[in-house]
Design a protein around this ligand. Structure first.
Ligand code: DX5
Ligand code: ZN
Length: 233
């Protein structure tokens, strides 16, 4: 993986909801790689955010991939709705689907990249039999539901273990799967998270909690530029 092969995905969960289109444009102008879209249903997680209509409304403002993180249960109907609404990447939590393999296939059949999201206490063993169906693994470094929480340090070990699993899979199959981390990511811990093996970083409050988005993203990229990566990628 080259040093520049890191993606920063601002989560608009921490943006100003009264000006979402403008916020999306501004954070893309500030050098965001993806827009991370946190969908919460007050059922799978104890919070409620936005649905496919908002995603569709924001699509014309999003000149970069829309990374839709589904925190909903069940998932299949929302996969279809978000694919139609312009999602590029759709991830869901394995606990929220009765048929994980089927839901992953559905995402790809609809033309999107597919991923599983693992909560802090969810074992990476759930990935084992579906690796070939995955384009991304998203590791939660906080419990899902809210922005602005503290990074759970134990996640670093889990990132290392997942990196080994994904590198081994890539050696055997040639298939590259991205490793994304979500929750409590900031300029002062992003390098450690990258050294553990992550290549894609969600950050909500660390970007939208400040007035100068470009400065926050630049600080993250600067921290990442000091990381040398010795993986297969
Ligand atoms: C939490 C969401 C995160 C959240 C991250 O359930 O999945 O994407 O917005 O927010 P920060 O970066 O503030 O921890
Ligand atoms: Zn998220």
């Amino acid at each position: 993986m080259s040093k520049t092969d890191f993606r920063i995905a601002p989560s608009i969960l921490s943006a100003d909801f009264a000006r979402l289109g403008e916020e999306v444009q501004q954070v893309i102008a500030a050098d965001a790689d993806w827009i991370h879209f946190d969908v919460m249903d007050n059922h799978y997680v104890p919070n409620l955010t936005f649905g496919p209509m908002i995603c569709q409304a924001l699509k014309p403002y999003a000149a970069v991939p829309m990374d839709v993180h589904l925190m909903v249960e069940p998932v299949d109907a929302m996969i279809e709705a978000f694919a139609k609404a312009g999602a590029n990447i759709i991830t869901f939590h394995p606990e929220a689907s009765r048929h994980i393999d089927r839901s992953l296939s559905l995402i790809r059949d609809l033309g999107c990249k597919a991923g599983l999201v693992l909560n802090p206490a969810t074992s990476i063993s759930v990935l084992e039999h579906v690796l070939d169906r995955l384009d991304v693994v998203l590791l939660m470094s906080v419990n899902p539901g809210f922005g602005g929480q503290q990074f759970i340090a134990q996640t670093l070990n889990k990132i290392c273990q997942t990196r080994i699993l994904l590198d081994t899979h890539q050696q055997h199959s040639g298939q590259r799967i991205l490793l994304e981390v979500d929750g409590g990511v900031k300029a002062d811990n992003i390098a450690d998270i990258a050294r553990a093996g992550a290549d894609t970083f969600v950050a909500g409050s660390a970007i939208f909690g400040h007035s100068d988005y470009a400065a926050q993203i630049a600080a993250m990229r600067s921290a990442l530029s000091a990381v040398s990566v010795h993986s297969e990628q």
